[in-house]
Design a protein around this ligand. Sequence first.
Ligand SMILES: [Zn+2]
Length: 411
Amino acid sequence: MRLLAIILLTLLLLPTTPAAAATNLAVAATPSASYTSPWENVNAINDGVDPPRSNDTANPRWGTWPETGTHWAELTWPTAQTLTSAEVYFFDDGGGVRLPASWKLQRWSGGTYIDIPGTYPTAADTYNRVTFPEISTVRLRVVLQSGAASVGLLEIKAYGESGTPAPWNPPAHLVTPLNEVWQHVESTYPNLYGFRNYGWDQVMANGGSINYCVRWDSNATVTAAQRDRIHATLARQFKKWTDLMIGQEGWPYTDVPVKVVGWAVRDRNQLQWTDDSVDIYVGDIRENAPQCAPACGRFFNQNGTYPNCPGGAARHYDMSLWLTAGMGGGAGGDWGQRLGSEYYLANLDADNMHILLHEIGHSFGLDDFYDWTPSGVCCFLMKAGSASSITEFDAWMFRDWWRHLKSRYGL
Ligand SMILES: [Zn+2]
């Protein structure tokens, strides 16, 4: 079953696909900065959004107003990256934040930062590209010297030896059915490319992880051990999908951790733990079921900022795992997955919890197949009742979604 709420955003600027299919390694890094104005967001620098102009009023930005002098923003990767070029897009609002007087890149080596030689342009309204001899580093720092005012950045991209990405190469017998599926998706969902809250968007917004809140739609009690097993099962099933993407079509992650940040419940006494490892929401009822705070939910805050979430952005949730007593079947969408609480608890050790897997598929855009079947394939998870695990065809449909959406991340 599919319940995908389509929310129209005001404006969508789809970046053009780069001619050379080089992978932007920046999106897999963790951003930080010497200073960030409280109303700006350092996560802007590698969120993959191509700015429309230096005076960007629509997307997140990193800026240092009112600070001036030397400031830096930096990308940190979990492992060393081989880089041969980078480009930055300056933030310039014509007032308190202007183009820098000068800037440079630095790499981290031997416990210190070393300047990267190159030619450093300072143009507004475009990417400023620098190429350099191949380096290997876990940190890339952009050092800005302020000029007329404070400084800021809208985006940093970093590229390696443009290793030719593996070409799109599904098994020959799946090419025709995959094309049929995509044509069907495009004709069924006119706002397909405008919608910005697929599981893909959520993972990319977090830099390679996903946050969940559990809606405990039952009067049963839950022990700490059950809580942890519910989380572990969710993580294990989610990973069955995301592992399919490793090394595929510029996908930047090798692991997509699942964090459960909250639980929503009718009565606090149902939850038999006292630790504060998750946020607990009591008595906020929507759709006749407990829900986690809307201020912390991605569904309600699709610009990716959570100013009113008590725990801040770190405790936001992208999806809900909604477990309803007495429910058969399931539902899935950009908001998460819903299924029976008894079914979930009875299948904690199952290798494949097929209803959950199917509904996670919906959260990443995959469709149902109630009324048609693609040519030459009989049985697969997204055709309900015909398979109980992710098949090769499901895997290639999943990758095909990313292939069609990845250009929005400059990939
Ligand atoms: Zn379905």
